[in-house]
Design a protein around this ligand. Structure first.
Ligand SMILES: NC(=O)c1ccc[n+]([C@@H]2O[C@H](COP(=O)([O-])OP(=O)(O)OC[C@H]3O[C@@H](n4cnc5c(N)ncnc54)[C@H](OP(=O)(O)O)[C@@H]3O)[C@@H](O)[C@H]2O)c1
Length: 206
């Protein structure tokens, strides 16, 4: 049986509740939020994103040195949820495998050079497979889910996520991809100002 870790989420929203402009990489975090987010990443064994986020934002999904002070950087494993296998191996999340490994959760039969693949049969099997893999690395730190909206809501409903941190910016987008979450499952734990934004943390009911 794999070791159970804390699985938690982090996402930023605009003042009017969008995670991004439609199909567009959109900056919502202020500097204070980026500092907190990169420190959370640096304390995580793995970071997870969904395929739309990989295709639209094309993030490297690494801890950036400029946000970390007086702490050694230990890059988390990167994990991409992409059941249909729409993400090409040219994306940045698949680069630099010799230093920063990526796990591809997919039902695509292709094999990408050096990429570990896990088939998606169910949430519980993937949850267990990821925990088992991290056990082999002796990394018992939390797993961080970074979105987007669809994947985050699936995790909220899955029963496998413990906490969620939401940073709300003062920027208004007026339209775009909304953060659609099952709020019945969220219990507010804390709320604090961060620069000109607000952070809310939630416990997730199982
Ligand atoms: N503000 C922020 O903090 C933040 C963070 C991340 C992303 N974003 C923004 O969010 C937008 C993308 O969000 P999105 O909601 O459209 O997409 P998303 O959540 O990034 O990705 C959705 C895709 O993930 C795949 N997936 C795999 N397993 C899944 C599961 N169990 N449940 C749900 N999806 C699963 C699905 O494709 P398959 O069916 O093929 O698996 C689905 O189409 C981008 O514009 C990005 O810029 C914002």
């Amino acid at each position: 049986m794999a070791t159970k870790r804390l699985w938690h989420g982090n996402i930023a929203i605009s003042e009017d509740g969008f995670v991004s402009k439609k199909n567009q990489k959109t900056e919502l975090s202020n500097n204070e939020d980026w500092i907190e987010v990169h420190n959370i990443r640096n304390n995580s064994s793995a970071i997870i994103i969904g395929s739309n986020t990989a295709l639209i934002d094309n993030p490297r999904l690494l801890v950036k040195e400029r946000y970390i002070q007086n702490t050694k950087i230990k890059q988390p494993i990167r994990i991409l949820f992409d059941r249909r296998g729409r993400c090409p191996n040219s994306l940045l999340i698949f680069q630099d495998q010799e230093f920063y490994p990526t796990i591809w959760i997919t039902n695509n039969s292709s094999q990408y050079d050096q990429i570990k693949k896990i088939e998606f049969i169910s949430f519980s099997q993937v949850f267990n497979d990821i925990n088992s893999y991290l056990d082999t690395k002796e990394d018992y730190r939390p797993v961080l889910i970074e979105g987007g909206s669809m994947l985050m809501n699936s995790f909220v409903n899955s029963g496998f996520m413990d906490m969620l941190r939401v940073y709300q910016s003062t920027k208004k987008l007026e339209n775009g991809t909304p953060l659609k979450l099952n709020f019945d499952k969220l219990v507010l734990q804390s709320e604090y100002s961060l620069g000109d934004g607000v952070v809310r943390t939630y416990k997730i009911l199982k």
